[in-house]
Design a protein around this ligand. Structure first.
Ligand SMILES: Cc1ncc(COP(=O)(O)O)c(C=O)c1O
Length: 452
C-alpha cells in the first residue's frame, strides 16, 4: 500500500508539452483592438521579451526546458503524487483518488513552475526589472522567489481585498526582495482613477493587470509578467501532468477523471493537457475544470473576444468571459477571481473536451475541511474548488459501485489562508451567485467585437 508515488530527480521531464500542436481547430489569434486584425508580435514586445512571445505562438509539440530552469525546478520537483486512502475510506467510495502535491514549492503552490521559467527567459533577454499583479498573493510570492533566484527586481500590484486579508503573502514577497503595493494604487494613472474615487476600492485582477502593464511600458528595462491565462504560462505548467503521467504509469494506473480548479486556467492546464493529448487521440477520459459560482467564467460566460484587463490595454483574447469590467465579490479564493479564462482552456471547453462546474465558497470550504481532517494537508481556498468536485464525483462512484481512478491537482496549501478557514468555521462566509441578468449586462458591450 504505497501512499506516495515518487519520481526520481533524474526522471524530471526535460520537455514541456505544447497542446497547440494537437488541437483539432487552431486557437483564434489575439486581436489588436485598434484594427481588429491579429496582433503584431512587435506590439507585444513592449511588455514581453521576444523569447516568450515566440513560445506564445509556437505550435511545436515538445519544447526543451533549459538546464538553468531544470536546476531551479529541482529545488522542489518532481513533486510527489499521493493516493488519498483516508479520503477514500471516509467517503466509502470504490474510487481510487490520487493528487499531485504542488504545495511542495517554496511559496507553496504550482505558480513557481512558470515564474522560474519566465524569470529565466527575461534574464537571458536582458530585462532588469519585472512588474506583475497578484490576487491571493500566491503568484506574487512565486515571482518574488523566482526573481530573487535570477537577480531581477520586481514590483507587485496586489488586489487590495487580498492585500488586507493576507498580510503574510506580502511579507513573503518582501522576504524575497520584491516591492508589493495594494491595487488600485496611486502609483499609476489607471490605479489613481479608481483610488481617488474610493481609497478602499477592493480592486480586481483586471485593474491590477492594467497597473502592472502601465508600469512596465513606462519604465526602463522593465517587462511585465503574467501568472496565468497565456499559452506560454500553461506550457510551463505541463511539467505537472507530465510527471503525474510517469508516476501513474509506474503503478499501472491511468485516470478516468482529471480535475483541477481554474482561475486563469494554468494549474488545471498543467495537470490535464498531457492527458487531454490522449483524449484528442481517442482515449476515453473526463476532464473537469472547477470555478467559483461568484465568478462563473466557464459555466456562464459567453465565448467572446474580450480584453484581459480592466483598462483595455491588452490585446483582445478569444475566451470565455464575464466582461473585463467585472469587479468580483471578495471571496477568499483570490486566485479564482478573474473575469476571463485561458484561451486554450476556453477553446477546449467550447469544443466539449473539457467540462466545467461552479461551486459556492461555503461548499468548497466544507470540502477543504474534510480533506484536512482525512489527508492532513490544509488546501488553499482555490484548491478547495477541485476537492469539492472530487468529493462529488467519488460519491457518484459510490452509488454506481465503479472502481474508477480520479486524479486531481493539489495546487497549493492554505497555511497562509487560515483567516479564511477561521471565517468559514465561524459561519461568517457569504455565498455569492452571479445572476444571468448581471452577466448579460457585463458582456453586452462585447457585441461590437468579432466572434472568435
Ligand atoms: C493555489 C492556487 N490554485 C489555483 C490558482 C488559480 O490560478 P490558475 O487557474 O492559473 O491555476 C491560484 C491563483 O492564484 C492559486 O494560488
Amino acid at each position: 500500500m504505497e501512499k506516495k508515488i515518487p519520481l526520481p530527480e533524474k526522471e524530471i521531464p526535460r520537455f514541456w508539452y505544447n497542446i497547440q500542436a494537437d488541437l483539432k481547430n487552431p486557437l483564434p489569434p489575439p486581436l489588436d483592438p485598434e484594427t481588429m486584425t491579429p496582433i503584431d508580435p512587435e506590439k507585444l514586445s513592449r511588455i514581453f521579451p521576444g523569447n516568450l512571445i515566440e513560445q506564445e505562438t509556437s505550435t511545436e509539440r515538445w519544447i526543451k526546458i533549459p538546464e538553468e530552469v531544470i536546476e531551479k525546478l529541482l529545488i522542489w520537483r518532481p513533486t510527489p503524487l499521493y493516493r488519498a486512502y483516508s479520503l477514500e475510506r471516509y467517503l466509502k467510495t470504490p474510487a481510487r483518488i490520487y493528487y499531485k502535491y504542488e504545495a511542495m514549492s517554496p511559496p507553496g503552490s504550482h505558480k513557481p513552475n512558470t515564474a522560474i521559467a519566465q524569470a529565466y527567459y527575461n534574464k537571458v533577454y536582458g530585462t532588469r526589472r519585472l512588474t506583475t499583479e497578484t490576487g491571493a498573493g500566491q503568484w506574487g510570492s512565486a515571482l518574488a522567489f523566482a526573481c530573487n533566484q535570477f537577480g531581477l527586481e520586481l514590483k507587485v500590484y496586489m488586489v487590495r481585498v487580498s492585500y488586507n486579508q493576507k498580510p503574510y503573502r506580502r511579507i513573503l514577497m518582501e522576504t524575497w526582495g520584491a516591492k508589493c503595493v495594494p491595487s488600485p494604487s496611486a502609483d499609476t494613472q489607471v490605479g489613481k482613477k479608481y483610488y481617488t474615487e474610493d481609497p478602499n476600492h477592493p480592486g480586481s485582477l483586471g485593474i491590477a493587470i492594467s497597473e502592472a502593464i502601465e508600469d512596465a511600458v513606462n519604465s526602463k528595462d522593465t517587462k511585465y509578467s503574467l501568472g496565468s491565462v497565456l499559452n506560454h504560462v500553461l506550457l510551463h505548467q505541463t511539467i505537472i501532468g507530465l510527471e503525474a503521467k510517469k508516476q501513474l504509469e509506474s503503478i499501472h494506473e491511468y485516470p478516468h477523471i482529471v480535475i483541477g480548479c481554474v482561475g486563469g486556467g494554468s494549474n488545471f492546464a498543467g495537470l490535464s493537457f498531457p492527458f487531454l493529448c490522449d483524449k484528442i487521440n481517442g482515449k476515453e477520459l473526463r476532464v473537469i475544470a472547477c470555478e467559483p459560482s461568484s465568478c462563473p467564467t466557464l459555466t456562464k460566460g459567453p465565448y467572446v473576444y474580450d480584453f484581459g484587463d480592466t483598462a483595455e490595454t491588452t490585446p483582445l483574447l478569444p475566451m470565455h468571459s464575464i466582461g473585463h469590467r467585472f469587479v468580483p465579490p471578495p471571496i477568499h479564493a483570490g486566485g479564482l477571481r478573474y473575469h476571463g479564462m485561458a484561451p486554450l482552456v476556453s477553446l477546449l471547453v467550447k469544443e466539449g473536451m473539457v467540462e466545467a462546474k461552479a461551486y459556492p465558497q461555503n461548499s468548497t470550504f466544507a470540502a477543504g475541511l474534510i480533506f484536512a481532517k482525512t489527508e492532513g494537508f490544509v488546501p488553499a481556498p482555490e484548491t478547495n474548488h477541485a476537492i469539492a468536485c472530487v468529493i462529488e464525483e467519488a460519491k457518484k462512484l459510490r452509488e454506481t459501485g465503479e472502481e474508477k481512478v480520479i486524479l486531481f491537482n493539489f495546487s497549493g496549501h492554505g497555511i497562509i489562508d487560515l483567516s479564511a478557514y477561521d471565517s468559514y468555521m465561524a459561519k461568517k462566509l457569504e455565498d455569492y451567485v452571479l445572476s444571468d441578468e448581471e452577466i448579460r449586462m457585463l458582456v453586452k458591450d462585447l457585441d461590437k467585437f468579432p466572434r472568435p
